[in-house]
Design a protein around this ligand. Structure first.
Ligand code: SAH
Ligand code: SF4
Length: 398
């Protein structure tokens, strides 16, 4: 590279080649294919999976169940672990932590750790049933929720959401999505199985517009990373083709729909995606999802002062939930402010009144506590503090 500018394509090709030799994100067939040239027996692959997904090693040399020679050969062929790395941490007064985690191309994604977080399921009997796992008393937390991103930026353009301001920068890979969880578990020495870990796919991005990678991550998390899918919740703004595919999945998280309005007219004003798929379209698709025993679909509802928080709106939501014809609950979230986002927070009284009005009419309704607002870690606040956010040439998106 002595003269002239390095052509962009060369750079991207190099990145792609490098990404192929990243082991984190591969398992089962994919892993066996990637390492096909080494003639490894099944148990060697299993040892590697344990090292990658349970021990969360960062270097092939740490795979101590493998002979030194084998580690050397695989590393010499250019393979590396590629566990995503936390490059910056912001800590809230309430214990919430927000991380910037570096992806394959150095772009950062945001992930949030909420000790004692309710996983959006406070009030669910499943959340209360469990005992505090043995051995976790030495920690400052007995359970935690990790909020995971599925894309860098988002194309959906909800008017109240800070992430929307970025537009879509790029999709994350399955390894990058599951890798956020691995990096955060490693940092807190948390072990699924021993510790109670919930996952919510409610960070940056619309998971159902990056469906294959998102579901690939779910399989990795539920498989070798051993997090039960019943402890995961995915939230969508109502992408109907995604919901229809989701309905076919054998292993799947719980489902949350970002409703945010009592009818199409109000919803269109704050969520333009409603013009593509109406509330009725979304409800019809959700009806096709076979729910597990005692499972409910969550409707998320961000309360925006004067826009969707009036008594008549609550009454309309009650009718809508009845019309849905599937077991549902409503999670109310007071809007979290962000610079340049033209809405107002409702008063605590309005939030309580809205909740009571739903409850009095038999709709289970819960108020989600804002977490980490002071560090911009709360819902819809992700991607406030980033510097390296220029879209990469050639990076796709929706
Ligand atoms: N894209 C997906 C998941 C990420 S957003 C979705 O929209 O469902 C997760 C939740 O945060 C959504 O329910 C969304 O409505 C909510 N949200 C977005 N911006 C918010 C804000 N400023 N305050 C409170 N909640 C917000
Ligand atoms: Fe995207 Fe969800 Fe934000 Fe809407 S609320 S812009 S779908 S991240």
């Amino acid at each position: 590279m002595t003269s002239g500018e390095k052509p962009r394509t060369t750079l991207l090709d190099a990145r792609e080649a490098e990404a192929e030799r990243r082991l984190f994100g591969l398992w089962n067939e994919e892993l066996s294919q990637a390492l096909g040239g080494f003639g490894l027996l099944k148990y060697r692959l299993r040892q590697l999976e344990t090292a990658l997904y349970r021990q969360k090693v960062t270097d092939i040399q740490e795979v101590t169940t493998w002979p030194k020679e084998l580690r050397g050969k695989v590393a010499a062929a250019g393979f590396r672990v590629g566990l995503p790395e936390i490059v910056e941490t912001f800590r809230s007064v309430d214990g919430t932590e927000r991380y910037l985690i570096a992806g394959t191309d150095g772009q950062t994604v945001e992930t949030v750790w909420m000790p004692e977080g309710d996983g959006g399921e406070e009030g669910d009997s499943s959340a209360e049933d469990d005992e505090v796992a043995e051995g976790s008393s030495r920690k400052a937390w007995s359970r935690a929720t990790i909020c995971v991103s599925s894309q860098i930026g988002c194309a959906v353009n909800c008017q109240f959401c800070l992430t929307a301001k970025l537009g879509i920068i790029r999709n994350l890979t399955a390894g990058e999505i599951a890798g956020q969880v691995a990096a955060v578990l490693k940092k807190h020495e948390a072990e699924p199985g021993r510790d109670r870990i919930n996952l919510v796919f409610m960070g940056m991005g619309e998971p159902f517009l990056n469906y294959d990678a998102f579901m690939g991550a779910v399989r990795l998390l539920a498989g070798p990373m051993e997090i039960p899918e019943s402890r995961m919740t995915v939230s969508t703004s109502g992408i109907v083709p995604g919901i229809l595919r989701f309905a076919q999945e054998k292993v799947r998280p719980r489902l949350a729909i970002s409703l945010n309005a009592p009818n199409d007219a109000v919803r269109e004003g704050i969520m333009p995606v409603t013009r593509k798929w109406s509330i009725a379209d979304v409800l019809s698709a959700v009806r096709l999802v076979p729910l597990r025993q005692r499972e409910r679909v969550t409707f998320e509802y961000v309360l925006l002062d004067g826009v969707n928080d009036k008594e008549e709106h609550a009454d309309e939501v009650v009718k809508l939930v009845r019309r849905a014809q599937f077991p549902a609950r409503v999670n109310l979230i007071a809007w979290n402010p962000g610079p340049g986002v033209p809405f107002m927070m409702p008063s605590a009284e309005t939030v309580a009144d809205f909740q009571n009005r739903l409850r009095e009419q038999g709709v289970p309704a819960f108020v989600r506590k804002p977490r980490g607002r002071d560090i911009y870690a709360a819902c819809g606040q992700l991607k406030k503090t980033t510097s390296r956010q220029e879209p990469v040439a050639g990076a796709g998106g929706e």
